[in-house]
Design a protein around this ligand. Structure first.
Ligand code: MLT
Ligand code: MN
Length: 310
C-alpha cells in the first residue's frame, strides 16, 4: 500500500492567507526551518494505479498537479483520472470543499458517515459531483467496507469509527453550549487495510481526546496519522490569534498530560505521524524546542509529499 500526504496543514493552510502570526510570517519570508503546507488530505493506493483520497481539501487542484500519480493517464482517453474514491472524515471546510474541484462528470465514489453525507446533501453546490456519476455511500461504523469507485475495486477496506470530536464549525449551534449539537459520526477516524497484504494504518486528522476505546483500538498499530493541530491547548489564545483553545475546536493538543504524546506513549504504535497542523503550532519551526520534544518522543511531523509504503 502506498500512502502520500497531499496536505499536512490544518484548515487555512500554511501560511494562511490572512495570517501575519509568527510562523505564517516566517514561512512567507522563507526563513530556514520552515516549509509551506497545503490543507489536510492523504492519497492511498494498493496497486499504484487506482487511488482514493482521504479528505478533499480546498487545495486539491494544486495537490493533484503536484502529484504525478494522480494525473490522468496519457493513454487513458480524453477524460480519465486515477482517483476512484474520496473518503471524508468530517464536514469541516478543509475536508469537503475539495470535492468541488472534482466536477466535470468524472465517475468516482464518496464515502462518509451518514452525518457528514447529510451535510453534503444539504448543500446543493456539491451536486456539481452529480450523484448519478458520483454515488455518496454512507458506511456503517465499526466494520470494514470495501472501497470501490468507477467500477474499480481498490483492494482496500476502510473501517470508520466515531472519535471524540465536534460538528463542523459552520454547523455549530450557538445555544447548545455543551457540545454545539455534535453527535457520534460528526468526526470519524479510519482504519485502512490492504486486502491482499492485510497491512493497515489509522488516519485520525481530527480528534479531541484519546479515550479508552480509542486507545484500545489503535494499540499495537503499525502506523498512525494523528491530529497534530496545536502543540499546547491555549497556543492560539497566547499568540493572540483567537480566543479558542484546542479543546474548544475539537482537537487534542500534542503536549501536556492529556496530550497525544502522553496518550500514545504506552500503546506500542510503531510509527506515529502528525498531520492537520495549524499555522500557530511551533512544531512548524524545525529548529524549535517543540519540534525537539516531538522528535525525541518518536513522532514525525508530516509534510506535503511525504510518502509511506506499508
Ligand atoms: C478544524 O479542524 O477545527 C476546522 O477545520 C476549523 C475550520 O473550519 O476552520
Ligand atoms: Mn480541520
Amino acid at each position: 500500500m502506498i500512502i502520500k500526504i497531499l496536505g499536512s496543514a490544518a484548515g487555512g493552510g500554511f501560511p494562511q492567507w490572512n495570517c501575519n502570526g509568527l510562523h505564517s510570517a516566517n514561512v512567507r519570508a522563507g526563513k530556514p526551518g520552515y516549509r509551506a503546507r497545503t490543507q489536510s488530505s492523504l492519497a492511498i493506493s494498493a496497486n499504484g494505479s487506482d487511488w482514493a483520497l482521504l479528505n478533499a481539501s480546498p487545495d486539491l487542484r494544486q495537490q493533484i498537479n503536484d502529484t504525478p500519480a494522480l494525473h490522468p493517464s496519457v493513454d487513458g482517453g480524453l477524460r480519465n483520472s486515477p482517483i476512484k474514491a474520496v473518503v471524508v472524515t468530517n464536514a469541516d471546510v478543509d475536508h469537503i470543499t475539495g470535492l468541488i474541484n472534482l466536477r466535470e462528470g468524472q465517475k468516482f465514489s464518496i464515502y462518509g458517515s451518514d452525518r457528514v453525507l447529510a451535510t453534503l446533501n444539504a448543500n446543493s453546490i456539491f451536486n456539481v459531483c452529480a450523484p448519478e456519476n458520483v454515488p455518496r455511500i454512507a458506511f456503517a461504523l465499526d466494520r470494514p467496507t470495501q472501497l470501490t469507485g468507477a467500477g474499480v475495486d481498490l483492494g482496500l477496506t476502510v473501517e470508520a469509527f466515531a472519535v471524540p470530536g465536534k460538528i463542523a464549525l459552520f454547523l455549530e449551534k450557538g445555544g447548545e453550549k455543551e457540545n454545539y449539537g455534535s453527535r457520534d459520526g460528526d468526526t470519524i477516524g479510519l482504519k485502512i487495510t490492504d486486502t491482499a497484504t492485510s497491512k493497515s494504518f489509522f488516519y485520525i486528522p481530527g480528534c479531541a481526546e484519546v479515550d479508552p476505546p480509542l486507545a484500545e483500538r489503535i494499540k499495537g498499530a503499525e502506523l498512525i496519522f494523528l491530529d497534530g493541530t496545536l502543540f499546547t491547548d491555549d497556543e492560539m489564545v497566547v499568540q493572540g490569534l483567537s480566543h479558542k483553545t484546542a479543546q474548544r475546536m475539537g482537537h487534542i493538543s500534542i503536549s501536556g498530560p492529556n496530550g497525544s504524546i502522553a496518550a500514545l506513549k504506552p500503546l506500542s504504535i510503531a510509527r506515529r505521524i502528525y498531520v492537520h497542523i495549524n499555522n500557530s503550532n511551533p512544531v512548524l519551526d524545525e529548529n524549535s524546542e517543540a519540534r525537539r520534544i516531538v522528535d525525541s518522543a518518536g513522532w514525525e511531523v508530516g509534510f506535503d509529499g511525504m510518502e509511506v509504503r506499508l
